[in-house]
Design a protein around this ligand. Structure first.
Ligand SMILES: *Cc1c(COP(=O)(O)O)cnc(C)c1O
Length: 249
């Protein structure tokens, strides 16, 4: 992407990010080898929320294509500044229904659909644009009251309703386990997510390509348990509050 070459004004940051990207890709491929389906592809989504544009551009220059954002305005600002680029944007944050119209059509994949109203909002906008918006349903498997995501008992009916929307395409599920300092603690939840996706595919008679799970701390466990999309922020782009990494912008 020659487009970005003019931005190479911080060699230290370049080296750090290039090394992080290599290490993250290696972590994914090692875990993939250990998993039961080592031939599938796992897509690395670089979570760039609250990170400066410069880091996105550097990673893009090193071949990173998929970027994840959590905040609508921040994401749209970044897209606007970068312009046509071939990058693929993922919306991974909690999304209010009234902002669905700003998201549909702008993101390759929305990971965080968790209510029928939100799905309706995305569908309405996608229809007006005459396009199909790809989405995942975020499932709150641990039933943490303060977190986004549909609870398991409401998943089948939400999924069924979404299948009625011709301008939405249900590509799979997204989960985010409760915080823990030991990634192994999340393994049972990742395994459950995989079974849940399988059960849903059987009961709805459809195939779904994606299971979005795994972040900086636990991506190996998630990939071993079947993730096809991992969402990696800090271990790839550095701490979101880290001034040494973000000062250059
Ligand atoms: C911030 C965020 C991530 C990335 O988290 P890290 O721990 O920085 O890798 C992944 N998924 C979601 C939904 C997030 O909000």
């Amino acid at each position: 992407m020659n487009l970005f070459n003019s931005r190479q004004d911080n060699p230290g940051l370049q080296e750090i990010l290039a090394a992080n990207l290599t290490r993250t890709r290696e972590r994914i491929s090692r875990a993939l080898e250990k998993s039961s389906e080592p031939d599938r592809s796992v897509t690395l989504v670089a979570v760039s929320k609250k990170q400066p544009l410069e880091k996105i551009l550097i990673l893009a220059e090193h071949g990173q294509i998929h970027f994840g954002e959590n905040y609508v305005q921040e994401a749209l600002d970044k897209m606007g500044e970068i312009g046509q680029s071939g990058l693929k944007w993922h919306f991974i944050g909690g999304l209010q229904t009234n902002k669905a119209k700003y998201v549909a059509g702008k993101f390759s994949l929305v990971h965080s659909v968790d209510t029928l109203k939100l799905a309706q909002g995305l569908h309405k906008k996608a229809k007006s644009l005459d396009m199909v918006q790809h989405i995942l349903i975020q499932v709150n498997l641990a039933e943490e009251t303060q977190k986004y995501g549909v609870w398991e008992n409401n998943l089948p009916s939400l999924a069924r309703s979404i299948l009625e929307f011709q301008h939405l395409k249900l590509d799979g599920l997204m989960v985010m386990p409760p915080f823990t300092d030991n990634a192994e603690n999340s393994r049972p939840l990742f395994a459950r997510a995989r079974r849940l996706k399988y059960d849903l595919e059987q009961s709805l008679g459809i195939g779904m390509a994606h299971l979005s799970m795994g972040m900086s701390q636990d991506l190996e466990v998630a990939v071993e348990e079947g993730a096809t999309l991992v969402r990696v922020g800090t271990s790839l782009l550095g701490s979101r509050a880290d001034r040494t990494l973000s000062s250059a912008s």
